[in-house]
Design a protein. Structure first.
Length: 126
């Protein structure tokens, strides 16, 4: 949705009942699992990292290096629009640390400090 290279990014995810995780989380009471909220924030942060460092998209992968202070404040339901804002705490060479906040209808649903590393795809092949 918006991005300031090296500083911040805002992204959104329309949460659909068609997501496969809703079938088992929880039957008759579908909630978006917290780990998927973290993953969504990490993917948005990864875009900021790759673009800010000027790395070639498709040549690099952004991988989790750590998660601190993860908190889940409210449930996220099918039909919600998840807005994720990430601000850079530090960005050095191929390592980043970002503060992520996810909201639905301007209410915080999740937040965390996310650490990531950019790696060449060739280097992570088995």
């Amino acid at each position: 949705v918006e991005m300031e290279l090296g500083k911040r990014i805002v992204g959104l995810k329309n949460v659909s009942m068609n997501e496969p995780f809703f079938q088992g989380h929880f039957p008759g009471y579908p909630l978006m699992p917290g780990v998927y909220m973290l993953e969504a924030m990490a993917q948005v942060g990864g875009i900021l990292m790759i673009k800010s460092l000027g790395l070639e998209i498709g040549k690099y992968a952004v991988v989790f290096a750590g998660i601190d202070e993860a908190r889940f404040k409210r449930p996220v339901y099918p039909g919600d629009q998840l807005i994720m804002e990430l601000e850079t705490i530090s960005l050095k060479k191929t390592i980043s640390k970002m503060k992520g906040v996810a909201t639905v209808n301007n209410q915080v649903v999740a937040e965390a400090i996310l650490m990531a590393a950019a790696r060449e795809l060739e280097s992570i092949k088995k």
